[in-house]
Design a protein around this ligand. Structure first.
Ligand code: ATP
Ligand code: MN
Length: 253
């Protein structure tokens, strides 16, 4: 009898993503034992029935297309324990009243980081911000709503999309920023055209792990940086708008 966990393992092996169980290599990636065990656990719990190809292999995390037990696509973001930026994680976690953790343990930090991303997504979603709905966070793995089409092609970041009506898109982005700030009480902290996916002409905000509550001492600085990034990205698309104008739309005076 093949359990779902073994099923994933088998699939990884048959697709040569996993060279061997011993060295736990998945493609060019090295998945450590805890990551594999976490995958197994998520598989047994029905969150991930299959793990397909990587959508993105970044510095700190890889994002895969997964399929859950009901045959729905999910996005599986797996943080790498070896190459994560622990300085950044520490800076953004300390002083966040939701995460009063005092640790230099890398694993604990990553787990808190993934948890932070999950909770930020949840909070944003509840406030009506268009983000991937979070499904489950466990250790260094976050499972969330898959943003893409029915064929399994992931939505592209705004940076790599052909934007037909930038003014209209900017209005939608500003509306989301406003909801995030005023309703969710969060600032994103790494907002740019790389972290906005375009799905059916709608912006979907992703990658919100460093997001801070707006009462945090550095929230103001982060908000201004987000606004500057968005201003620049839309200027490149020919939209005439200043950071000041965007700011006044986000913050009700
Ligand atoms: P790194 O900076 O280390 O590359 P990251 O922290 O920037 O990783 P994300 O921005 O969250 O990670 O995701 C990386 C990419 O994965 C995104 O640009 C996007 O293409 C894809 N992606 C992330 N989340 C989803 C999702 N829910 N649905 C579809 N694609 C996604
Ligand atoms: Mn990103």
């Amino acid at each position: 009898k093949i359990s779902k966990a073994d099923d994933i393992l088998q699939k990884m092996l048959s697709e040569k993503r996993l060279k061997s169980v011993e060295d736990k290599r998945v493609g060019s990636e090295v998945f450590d034992t805890i990551t594999l065990k976490t995958l197994y656990k998520l598989a047994n719990d029905g969150y991930i029935h299959r793990l397909n190809g990587a959508i993105s292999t970044g510095k700190e995390a890889n994002v895969f297309t997964g399929i859950d037990k009901n045959d729905n696509f999910v996005a599986v973001k797996i943080y790498r324990v070896t190459t994560s930026d622990f300085k950044k994680m520490q800076t953004y976690i300390q002083g966040d009243p939701r995460f009063r953790i005092r640790t230099t343990n890398k694993r604990q930090l990553i787990n808190a980081w993934v948890n932070k991303e999950f909770r930020n997504l949840q909070r944003a979603d509840e406030a009506g911000v268009k983000v991937p709905k979070p499904i489950v966070a466990k250790n260094n793995i976050l499972v969330m709503e898959y943003i893409g089409d029915e064929e399994g092609d992931a939505a592209l970041p705004m940076r790599h999309s052909d934007i037909k009506n930038p003014e209209e898109l900017l209005n939608k982005v500003i509306n989301n920023m406003k909801l995030l700030y005023t309703k969710a009480g969060l600032v994103h902290g790494d907002l740019s055209s790389y972290n906005i996916l375009i799905q059916d002409n709608e912006p979907v905000i992703i990658d919100i792990s460093q997001g801070m509550t707006k009462d945090h001492p550095i929230a103001e600085e982060l908000l201004n940086r987000d606004i500057e990034n968005i201003t620049k990205d839309f200027k490149k698309l020919g939209v005439k708008i200043s950071a000041k104008e965007i700011r006044s739309e986000i913050i009700d005076l």
